[in-house]
Design a protein around this ligand. Sequence first.
Ligand code: BES
Ligand code: ZN
Length: 848
Amino acid sequence: MNDKDRLLHQIIPLEYNLLLKPDLEKFVFTGEETLVCTVKSPTKEISLHAHELVIKKAIILENGEEHIAEVSYNKKEKSITLHFSEEIQPGKKKIQLIFSGIIGEKLSGWYKSSYNVDGKKKYLATTQLEQIGAREVFPGIDDPMAKAVFRISLLIPNALTAISNSIEESVVKHNNGYKTVTFSPTPKMSTYILAFIVGEFEYIEKTTTSGVKVRVFVTPGKKSLAEFALDTSTKMLPFYEKYFDIAYPLPVLDLIAIPDFDAGAMENWGAITAREVALLVDDKQTSAANKQWVATVIAHELTHMWFGNLVTMHWWSDLWLNEGFASYMEYIGLNQFFPQWHVWEQFSILDHNRAMGLDSLENTHTIQADITDVERVSEFFDEVSYSKGASVIQMLAEYLGEKDFRDGLRHYLKKHAYANTKTEDLWESLEIVSGKKIKHIATTFTQKAGHPIITCVLQGNNLQLNQTRFFSSSLSRKRSNDTTTWAIPLENLFGEKKQTILFDTKTMVLPMLSSWVKLNIGETSFVRTIYSQELYSMLQKPLEEKILQKIDRMGILRDAFDGAESGYASTVAALDLVKNYRNEDAYIVWATLSGKLGKVKNLLESEKSEKLFQEYARELFKSIGKKVGWEKKSGESHDDILLRSVVLSSLGMYKDVGVIARAKELFTKVSENRNSVDTDIRGVVYTVTAENGGKKEFEILKNMYIAEDLAAEKNRIGNALCFFEDAHLVKQALEFSLSEYVRSQDIGRFLVMSFENKKGRQVAWEFIKTNWETLLRKLEGHSIEWILEGVASVTSESLAKDIKAFLSSHPHTKLEKTTRQVLEQMDSNLDWLERDRSAIEKFLTERV
Ligand code: BES
Ligand code: ZN
């Protein structure tokens, strides 16, 4: 993308003075703007980004003289051009504009969000400007590079609250019942992190040890749910200030819970907005997992105050500098304040493994992306930019050591404060400070798609290593001619001996130093490993006796199953390996195993061996199921709580009669009084009941959904609605998702969940086809990939055929990448089944 297309060539914005007047009855707004800018060269035309705005007046002030502009609209570019009759000379100028726009329904730009107070529906107005929503609110240069100072005023009714990035500087009451709220000037910042929020809000506040006022805003009646967020952010903000050695530059940090919100949360500088589930915590109703999510969201958005807001990517191609970093840095804050959650262990499944999932496809993308069409930036907010980005950072942080890594970040942030950077700037700071070369390690991971698999074979007294790009689909692997060699820092464990190497050649020979070996200890490098059968057998004892750490036990399992999918090894070998995990009790291992077995279950859904697999899996979960039980034990850990959900829901899914009976019993209790069942197992109770229930349970759940006000509980119930085995009920659930009772932000979840239900897949697909236009319309301005994400689990040939035919006749720009990805996954499923069908069947039949 060149600077000309980005409108960076004509003017440099310095300061925006914006007076915005939202009308919360007609859902429109008007605005008055003075844009102080430097005109770079003589011109009769100046273009500004603006979309769906009507410009009433545009003038430029030059030497005290007003030049009125004629305005033309460039719809496709989402910009306007001001045409002057005379040439404007270079220098500092003021452009004045009067305009109007709409407060819409889609969850971007300036939009309305609804909430209920005493049964009455009310509205607030809020913004979501990342990536290009700012041009729907005011004309300007809507580009991360065009940083400026913003002086914001909002003219609103006296009874309402206005929130923006900085603090209220003055409130002037007019005699017509309106007031003008003026905010102090912002730091020099990009447009996509501005926020304008108006509504009826309540808030609680606290001051950090470093003197920043922190406030959490909620819609009326929800103040008691804001305590955890306030406490967490007040603690974390000074922690990150110390970590980065840079003070937070605003006097205030607001966090605002918004009932209708597309993402989880948004890092507007000084005014973080979030979904209610991502911010509000009810001690009785919020599960441990959800509470962890809230803290994660806060930590993530807080780190953006530095990574993203203070130092911003030069262009969206380096989006990962924002999101990958925040996704890594969030763990540093979490670990500081919630050490009992063992978040670094969870990193391995929440980020590392998730990233590997997407990055194993041929249709993945490079971390440093090549984005020319700004309309397609939204596609890059994915597991590669976030989680692979975070994993590569983790790898480099390990390589550099904690202190050099932190000092390198400080150097980078200080050097580029209030400015923009490219990926190379980061490598440079890390290299300068540490004195270590890292570019050659970093670049193959950030500039090449995919990641390596290391195959490891024992030959005499040596290990023979070989690296090659990993594809989860053997079809993609066979098609590929990728010859990348990655420079991989590796820490290996031979029995008790640790060894550190840099594996930067295609093959390598290492002496076998002990009776067993595990490569990539701690799974801190972004690679996979497949061992020869012999080496796997040697790992039996370290696995069984848990001599290896949890993360390493998990990694071995993950790669064995993913290797099976891709045809490096057989599925039977992976299933056989599971025997070594009979004493396993770690959450991250069971969560991984449950996910991988779920994939095999999926494959077998219409096979003869389906029942046999069900028995096999049920037995596998039996003893850990007994161990975790249904009741909380006193003093049990966070991991145990998370483990219980995974184990019980797996047992339910594999039809354990005891678990089903208990779930149903608890369901009767909870449907009468929701507090009678512990919140951490409520999700399991709902889902297992649905999987084994009928019309009666469906109606109860649906009514619970409608009556429920707490978003977290609504999600649990909504998920369950998609898991009935009766396809008519799944269809009803999906139809319900389009009703007035379900917020458009939650429709995608219904679709994805229905695809997880094997009996739901066909109906879900029919539903998508029938409602294609409606879904596209309802999800406009949302993360619309949700519509297709579930399709990746399809394993039936006829359904796959129909999906392909439909998608090729219904192309949609914003779904193009997701379509390629889900189709690749679907083809891979079919190929995998074909390859291993009879061996799996044999294994399951002959198993003792
Ligand atoms: N900048 C994003 C929010 C966003 C996402 C805006 C997509 C526009 C499009 C924000 O910082 C973010 O990443 N939020 C995450 C939360 C997090 C804990 C990973 C989210 O919303 O899920
Ligand atoms: Zn983010």
